[in-house]
Design a protein around this ligand. Structure first.
Ligand code: ZN
Length: 494
């Protein structure tokens, strides 16, 4: 999921569970809805999706601004990879190809601290799809650093833990006080002195887990020295990222790029979103100009989904007077909610809840909040953000973690109503094939051996997490560093 997690409101279960229920109780309606808005979601495998992508239509609506020039993004990418120490031969030639007009595919996600395999793996999935395209597209990872920094998944990484009574342990970026929530790109980076504290839980849990695995399995493949070497690799990459990053988001992005470009050897290009958004004045002016139609389309789609039994989150269907974008407070990087000031939607206003700064945006001065700024000061809300995906960036397709299904299904339907072509995306989840590794095997044995149900539950949780894509990539680097064919361990969504 790329954006807007903190906006969601409680309702009857998650979108996923509602959708699964509808797929069982009203399969015809659910299938019809999905087939009419996003037929490619039925593709389960990378090769099926790749084949679909070749014939996918492109947006050709009259009056639509041209996609932005790759040259703009290529410059941001070059600057990022130089700082990240990841301007490999493959990355450099990707940037060259991109600049010279080669088609592109995109991945987009928040730069989470020690990200999950579901997120990290998207770069590998994207490469696997790109390899099957005759046009051999360039792969661009848009770093969504313009959401709020108080999202749990942004700050906390999970690793399975056999010694913990919950079955997992958290690795945390420095905690945040309640009143410190700001836009991700506005948060300072931790100091190098914080490194031991950031990494210590990983060392502790690994040592305890190795001892438990030995008790359960006897002789083990992993030993103290091998694990210590792998821990040192993680530590070194994190230290490099801390030294060269400018903000916590940048530190996290550099770490991700080092895993993708150096450890996995992928050619993915990374582009910070808060920089890239500055190039979108024309595209945001266009969306502003169709505000009335947009509002109507959102309501119609929500009603249609409700008709088949799915309630859409209120963060996606905004009240009539709420503007579909935020403004960043110039004083404290807070996110200011904007409301329409008049019924024709010519002006939006808002006040910072922290410092009470008043802001006003009109369709004419949007540009002042974008290209003239160091980072974008006007941030599209989630539906606008997804609509831009279809026509502003010029990509031919995308890859996402399937957690974003609700946003995606809703916005593709809204795009379709507006006559915009949505970006075909492969929404996938990590589903490893092949035998269990020794960690997973030990967790499974432990579940059988333990006598109390609470302990059994913890062991089961640990092995499920170890086997899922929700665990931090740090776990994979330690216990299953053989990343070969990672892309093909992901499966699509129905
Ligand atoms: Zn403020």
């Amino acid at each position: 999921m790329r954006q807007g997690l903190s906006e969601s409101t409680p309702r009857r279960g998650s979108f996923r569970s509602q959708w699964d229920l509808v797929s069982r109780t009203a399969p015809r309606e659910a299938r019809y809805f999905q087939a009419s808005v996003a037929p490619w979601l039925g593709q389960q495998s990378i090769s099926d999706f790749a084949q679909y992508l070749q014939g996918a239509p492109r947006s050709e609506l009259k009056g639509l601004p041209q996609p932005i020039k790759p040259l703009v993004l290529a410059e941001f990418a070059l600057n990022f990879h130089e700082r990240a120490g990841t301007l490999t031969k493959a990355v450099r030639s990707s940037i060259d190809d991109y600049t010279s007009g080669r088609p592109s595919m995109r991945i987009a996600h928040q730069p989470n601290f020690l990200p999950s395999l579901n997120v990290t793996g998207q770069a590998a999935v994207c490469e696997s799809i790109a390899k099957l395209q005759p046009s051999n597209p360039v792969q661009v990872f848009l770093i969504v650093d313009y959401d709020l920094n108080n999202d749990r998944r942004y700050r906390h990484a999970m690793i399975p833990s056999l010694s913990s009574h919950t079955g997992y342990a958290s690795l945390c970026a420095p905690p945040l006080r309640k009143d410190e929530a700001v836009l991700i790109f506005g948060e300072k980076k931790p100091s190098e002195k914080d490194l031991p504290q950031l990494i210590q839980p990983l060392h502790d849990h690994t040592a305890h887990d190795l001892a438990i695995i030995r008790q359960v399995c006897g002789v083990t493949e992993s030993n103290r020295y091998r694990l210590a070497e792998r821990q040192a690799i993680i530590r070194e990459h994190l230290l490099f990222s801390l030294r060269n990053g400018t903000t916590l988001a940048d530190v996290n992005s550099i770490f991700l790029s080092r895993v993708a470009n150096l450890l996995l050897g992928l050619p993915t290009i990374f582009v910070p979103g808060s920089l890239a958004l500055r190039a979108l004045t024309e595209h945001l002016e266009y969306l502003w100009s169709i505000s009335g139609l947009y509002n109507h389309a959102c309501r119609k789609v929500a009603a249609e989904l409700e008709g088949i039994g799915v309630i859409i989150s209120s963060s996606l269907v905004l009240a009539e007077n709420v503007a579909p974008f935020w403004v960043v407070c110039a004083h404290d990087s807070s996110r200011i909610a904007m409301g329409w000031a008049d019924w024709q939607r010519t002006k939006a206003t808002g006040t910072c809840s922290r410092c009470h700064t008043y802001v006003e945006v009109t369709s004419r001065n949007i540009g002042d909040f974008l290209h003239g700024q160091e980072r974008a000061k006007l941030i599209p809300r989630v539906v606008w953000d997804d609509l831009l995906d279809g026509f502003a960036w010029g990509h031919m397709g995308g890859c996402s973690y399937r957690g974003g299904l609700e946003h995606y299904m809703f916005t593709t339907a809204v795009a379709q109503r507006l006559g915009l072509t949505p970006l075909p995306e492969f929404l996938s989840e990590y589903k490893p094939r092949g035998p269990l590794n020794e960690y997973e095997h030990a967790a499974q044995q432990l579940e059988k051996q333990r006598t109390s149900s609470r302990e059994q539950q913890a062991a089961r949780k640990a092995w499920k997490l170890a086997r899922s894509g929700r665990a931090s990539v740090a776990y994979s680097l330690l216990w299953k560093p053989d990343f070969k064919d990672l892309g093909h361990s992901f499966q699509g969504t129905r």
